[in-house]
Write a protein that binds this ligand. Structure first.
Ligand SMILES: Nc1ncnc2c1ncn2[C@@H]1O[C@H](COP(=O)(O)OP(=O)(O)O)[C@@H](O)[C@H]1O
Ligand SMILES: [Mg+2]
Length: 242
């Protein structure tokens, strides 16, 4: 579904990604684990063409993203749902309007179908009661759940989650991770989640990739990572040993 080969991303003289490769099979949930500032958001932005690597290749559903024309990029982006690091809801719209927005943009559903889809998704994230509220009236965890609902409501083929549990308390973080996992299962989407939350990675990931030193340095299942000898992987998975 996504095939990244040897990409290089640099901001002036600051080399952020260098020779990063990543393969994401259709229907799988890949979690990229890495420390703050390592380039996780830069990687996600490169995949949807918001940033342009100077070298390498990013193929999404068989199409090369690097150097793609804006009109083609817009088309390709319809296959993506993007959950931003900071809940990016429209503050002047109700929850209902926030969820209707991507449907009106990306689909030809009738008004009745739109209403039904919005209510279905709100039930799934257990926030039907909040349908007429404004984002300002919601807690951080509720906003995250609405953000998830909004990203997946057009039923995208691929969902990118940027630190979906950042800034949440551990209990809410766990609920959000489980919700992502359930939604992934239900809709059979392909996903990439970037995080430094190990529990989130455990709940969501089919495979975990460690981003360190500008590239993916290790890849495997959660259980394989637990046995890793690689220093940064051990710092995440066996902190008592480092
Ligand atoms: N648009 C930009 N211009 C210049 N530097 C950037 C830009 N975006 C990200 N960076 C730098 O790239 C590095 C990685 O950033 P980022 O991907 O946001 O990290 P994180 O892994 O925490 O998501 C950081 O040092 C950041 O300052
Ligand atoms: Mg980030």
């Amino acid at each position: 579904m996504i095939d990244i080969k040897d990409i290089v991303v640099r901001f002036e003289d600051h080399l952020v990604l260098d020779g990063l490769s990543l393969h994401v099979p259709k229907g799988s949930a890949v979690v990229i684990l890495g420390r703050s500032g390592v380039g996780k958001s830069v990687l996600l932005k490169s995949i949807v063409g918001l940033l342009r690597p100077e070298k390498g290749s990013i193929r999404v559903m068989g199409q090369e993203v690097i150097g793609m024309k804006p009109s083609q990029l817009n088309k390709l982006r319809k296959h993506f749902g993007y959950v931003f690091q900071y809940a990016a809801l429209f503050d002047s719209m109700t929850v209902r309007e926030n969820l209707e927005f991507p449907l009106r943009r990306h689909s030809n559903l009738s008004e009745d179908e739109i209403t039904a889809r919005v209510e279905e998704l709100l039930k799934l994230v257990d926030l039907l009661d909040a349908i007429d509220k404004m984002p300002g009236e919601l807690s951080g965890g509720m906003k995250k759940r609405i953000g998830l609902a909004r990203a997946i409501i057009p039923q995208p083929d691929i969902v990118l989650y940027d630190e979906p549990t950042a800034g949440l308390d551990p209990v809410t973080a766990r609920e959000i991770s489980k919700l992502i996992h359930d939604l992934e299962r239900r809709f059979g989407t392909t996903s990439i989640t970037v995080t430094h939350d190990l529990e989130c990675a455990h709940i969501i990931a089919d495979r975990i990739c460690i981003l360190h030193d500008r590239r993916i340095v290790e890849e495997g299942t959660f259980d394989e990572m637990l046995k890793s000898e690689y220093p940064l992987t051990r710092a995440f998975f066996q902190p008592e040993t480092v």
